[in-house]
Write a protein that binds this ligand. Sequence first.
Ligand code: DC
Length: 233
Amino acid sequence: MNPERDPATFRQGKPLVVAIDGPSGSGKSSISREAARRLRAAYLDTGAMYRAVTLSCMRAGIDLTDAIAVEAAAKAAVIELSTSPDAEWVRVGGEDVTDEIREPKVSAAVSAVATTLGARAELVRRQQQMIAESGLRIVAEGRDITTVVAPHAEVRILLTASEEARMRRRGIQLGGTQTAVQLKEQVLARDAKDSTVVNFQQAADGVVTIDSSDLDFEQTVQAVLDTVFTATH
Ligand code: DC
């Protein structure tokens, strides 16, 4: 392999922040995690932080439409999450919530937190800190990563896929437990709600769009790595 094209050694010793944005079901998380593994980089799942705050609000009985209370809960939440692409865990207040934050009850409520601007400001601040602490070799994914959290990242990608492909993938991910109506609610309705505060459907200036509708997993990872190699030259 051409050493310039070996992800494990590419730009070692220099900053390499790869910011990946995209709608639900675009494959963002699994693709970002695998790209991080190959680049020997850290991995940051910012959506997990919104989910963690949502779960702590739900547990504390906080009204999710009360912006002041949600912002206070975001500031108070002790969230720890793995930044290793090989170990997935999230803790809130020291308790492991890795599985619980993926449950449909959290998925259905998370937009309320994601659209609370005070909560966003708090999480954006923490995410920027985590990126700095990674030694600036990291793949970070989430809705506002390319525009708000890491607008100066070396590589900024918008990973998209057709609605049909996104709903199909989310259905497989949830193990076929959801009806078509539930899936549509989760994928399309949630994106519509979220896009009231962050624009993640269109690439901002300087952001490379990768459409994965007709790509399999490996091809999509390769497309991301190819973008990393070319965008940082
Ligand atoms: O990617 P995900 O499904 O785990 O994201 C959970 C929710 O948080 C979803 O409603 C999008 C929102 N989110 C956000 O607004 N900004 C981010 N940086 C990451 C996620």
